[in-house]
Design a protein around this ligand. Sequence first.
Ligand code: 3PY
Ligand code: ZN
Length: 632
Amino acid sequence: LTNVMSNETFRSGEATVNFIPENPHLLVPRYEYSKDRATKLIKYLAEVKVNGHPDIKKVDTDKVFRKPLVPEVLETEYPKGTKDLLNEMGRDQFIQYIKNETKIFYTDTTLRDAHQSLFATRLRNHDILKVTEGMAKNFPQLFSLEVWGGATFDVTMRFLHEDPWERLRIIRKAAPNVLLQMLFRGSNAVGYSAYPDNVLEQFIIKSAENGIDVFRIFDSLNWIEGMKHSIKVVNEKTNAIAEACICYTGDILNPDRQKFNLEYYVNLAKELEAAGAHMLAIKDMAGLLKPYAAQVLITELKKHISIPIHLHTHDTSSIQSTTYLKAIEAGVDVVDVALASMSGLTSQPNFNSLVATLKGSERENPINLKKLNEYSNYFEVVREYYYPFESELKAGTAEVYDHEIPGGQYSNLLPQARGLGLEDKFETIKENYKIVNHLFGDIVKVTPSSKVVGDMALFMTSNNLTAQEVIEKGDTLAFPESVKQLFRGDLGQPYGGFPKELQKLVLKKEQPYTEKPNAHLKPIDFEVQLKELHQKFDDKLTTEDLLSYIMFPKVFEDFYNFRKYFGRVEKLPTPSFYYPLVLNEEIIVNLDLGKNIIIKLRYVGEPNEEGFREVFFQINGQTRNVLVKDKA
Ligand code: 3PY
Ligand code: ZN
């Protein structure tokens, strides 16, 4: 039986010969769907219809979304990729292979940093999964796909109501042949504050078990003590690659910015290699590494370390592809890029154009450019769904060399300012960001240290404070909580120490410390806590869920309850997840492999005396209704 049989037009006999060609989805076979699962989803759709999506302030009702074209995948088998090579060769030999190859390797960041930096990390599983298998089959030459970690972990639960572990597992399944990479914030794992060592350890082990092959480990102050433990755990407890970062800030070629000079970075890299890193990442989170600086830095690093070098940047200035060219000439091993339509501005440089540029050059790594363009075209259409989360940046800006705001933070700062009623003062906020950096003694700014600088910049802006006033009135100011945490030592120790005068003003009577931030945190008893988790929620929950709960207790609880009530909203196509359906709009929802249901919005009733509206749908032709409280 197919859905055609329950279609009203078809049953009324009014269908013409064009009816089936025009409505191919009606040929989808019907099956006995779980009423419960479908009911949950229509509760969600009804809620968005009546009250809108809480994350979206203004819907552009004129917007018409195009239909994304999923590129055809011709290969049936997965071609041999880097994951297969790692398995075959083992870690040490694989690392040697990466280092010795002449060709340049690529990491595609489309599924992690690109959307984190362009539209506030909102890319949903639904849009990811349509192309993961195809990307893995078409681009097995990739060094890796960066797909996890950073802000994706909490945002998937918090805003997308998806399980980050599930996301990792399904990506792994769809891309078994290519290395999968994540961003790991050292002592802060994928959170914003330090966790006990045994939580970091368990998190790394579980991430590797669920599919991570490359851990990019950084510390938000470049404090090596914040990274050592994670490097060691990856080394000793997994078969994965520990890629440790030097976070790049300042400008090594600027004589006025010599706090973070060439020698500083080379020393840090040597220490990371000695700590057991298998690869070095230069993490240029704000896109400050200029082309000629990259040439000098890579050349010098190559003289002093023997592990491969992986370069990461953000194209905020619009000139970072030339940084890659200089780095490639200087012998960098891997560069981070994003599919064309997901590249540029606060995201990574353009994958497609770089592949085209290197054609015929000594370090060319041939990749099917036609296919790359097809995947870019797919994301060009998909990206439209996320328009409310895009930053206002229209072109590259040289201002980034001044304010040094990381790409991933930039796309968040404007909404944050808007939330505080400061959106007209964005210029002042950027200026204050720079001023705060100098007040703080010129520090590395990346999650979470960048957030502290941002909080302080917003604080100064909303209170109309100058740098001088911060110092003069400091003993009476109630500094933001995150600023107190930074100066107390909760994020570790900055290079060169904290400015003492400001530290006193911020902390008042409290004493700072210089041990590792998690030195005072009690280890977690996983067995006991898992039991407690089972009691609190249900006994199907796993150690992975416990890790989500330990890191984000409130977010996890909300996610759990949301899913219980609304079900697996990740199954909904993205437009219907974010925007109200229009009357008689139909969507196809794939509940399980090959099991589709068709949901059609039929009617929205007037509010009753208690303010509830009855919303009518058809699910596979059968009428169903739900009651939703109208919050207006
Ligand atoms: C993160 O920590 O999420 C980042 O992307 C830092 O650059
Ligand atoms: Zn980044």
